[in-house]
Write a protein that binds this ligand. Sequence first.
Ligand code: PMP
Length: 381
Amino acid sequence: MAEYLFTPGPVTTSPEVLLAGARPMMSHRGPRFSALLRRLQNRLRDLLDVDGPVLLLPGSGTGALELLSMNLVTPEDRVLSLSCGVFGERFREIVARRGATMAAVDVEPGRAVTVEGLRRALAEHPETTVLLLTHNETSTAVTNDIGALVASLPEEGRPLVLVDAVSSLGAMACHPQRWAVDGLASASQKGLVTPPGLALAWLSPRAWERASAVASPSYFFDAGLHRRFLEKEEPENPYTPPVSLLFSLDEALARMVEEGFVRRFASRRRFASALVAGASALGLVPFVADERARSAGVTALVVPGNRAVELQRALRGLAVEVAGGQKDMKGLLVRVAHYGDEGWPELALVLGALYGAMREVGLACGSAFVERAFEAWEERV
Ligand code: PMP
């Protein structure tokens, strides 16, 4: 039976993108590969609306966060981390390993960081040199308004702002340069709709200055090393890159360019809104109360009676794979992701499956026309 994937990475990837990864290998030292890297650089710069190199290396989102940490944080730093959930905590843990002094503020699950909250945290920790933020917190399906948060920072003694954009890039506008972010980390397997295995990072001019002063203790994650190789006349990677994944990413970006980035972001938002409307009618309300803070890539739905684990299992029985809640929210949430090309058929599919699964686990739910269909289906067995 086919499996319909609605998890927040890996995501359903088009056959064109998958087949691009099956192209014959090419040497990663040569003009053809350099041309591929140049094209990827141009497209990623357009997507991010940035100047400067976009680093691409084997790894995942965690690797990209590690790269920021290795190149931009030292034991002398005073780091302030504002976390909205599991991945905010992950970033914090990664950076703490550099031996920096850490200050942690946890936002209530389901809520975004507010300008007032950030001001308060900074007032309590005025010595902050590095600020950690998450653009889209996948565990709660909350999107932070990074532009507004960074714009609220004082000019004088402004900390270096590092942002986890692992689950935002490609699905929503993400403009680190315009927003005055200093370091951005992302990955291939969510909004870029490519298989997992690529880490991606961008640094501001201020961050590059810092990186050259810090000198990464890691060779693999040395940002300066990656940049030197990318800036050669014939761009290349310092070590063997995942060539097939770069083929796939190239294809995925070509499709996004064809669709138009702004249209794509709008289509993800539209799916999210329609899903929330349909799921709410079934009795599954969105976890994020503030509509403006709801993610365009993943939607967290509250399952009545803490029955999320059962509901997820029942969905799996219907060949629909969604994510459950993480940590304390395990029984509370199911998370339905829509980073790919999901449209009307997938909306009908996932709502129908949610209905069927709710019915199976005995959760009261409404929706007359779907109910009729299920009753007829059951009569036939
Ligand atoms: N940050 C966020 C916001 C994420 O959603 C994820 C993956 N779910 C990560 C970091 C970690 O990325 P990866 O699993 O690719 O290492």
